[in-house]
Write a protein of this length. Sequence first.
Length: 208
Amino acid sequence: MKRIVVLISGRGSTMEAIVQRCAAEAWPAHVVAVVSNRGDAKGLKFAVAHGLPTAVVAHEQYGSREAFDTALATTIDHFEPDVVVLAGFMRILGVPFVSRYEHRLMNIHPSLLPAFAGLHTHRRALEAGCKLAGATVHFVTPELDHGPIVMQAAVPVLASDDEATLAARVLEVEHQIYPQAVRWFVEDRLRIEKGIVRHVDGAEQGRA
Ligand code: GAR
């Protein structure tokens, strides 16, 4: 059984989707811990209610990013993960941290990368007049919101959209693609070749 550690900073709805799909579909994996950089992250309540171990590494208690990253890694490693899943984890992680979990650190970002790395993705998509928006699951590399793409989903941008309505439409597909991507990982169906993610059995996105 593979061991999944999920990192959150807030609501935790993508973490919930992963926990629920992992159980419902009997993946060869367990979510062994939910770790947050904020003690008040709402998602921690869901984790506790579902009997999952939780931990908080409060970033403001550390004097530098390096010190925070080191404490975070120590906490994560206690749970001996095969994969570390960033699910709305809103801290930038330094190179030593990212290197430590190379090829087993995944993130979801609410845009069709490489467009709109960084914050305020929905506002920026609206301001750019995009007709499609979406989300991307990728392996984390030191460059912010870059790295080999595992899965993407696109949704239409409607003329009537504001940031909130677009974010809600994108979040719906995030809840589909992130569990699927993590499932592929724990089933050993992903390989990274020259920065491109391949499925070992040729499965394509949307066809499990
Ligand atoms: C999601 O939309 C996720 O893509 C985004 O935060 C939200 C978390 O929601 N992540 C980022 O912006 C990371 N750069 P959740 O807390 O309900 O899972």
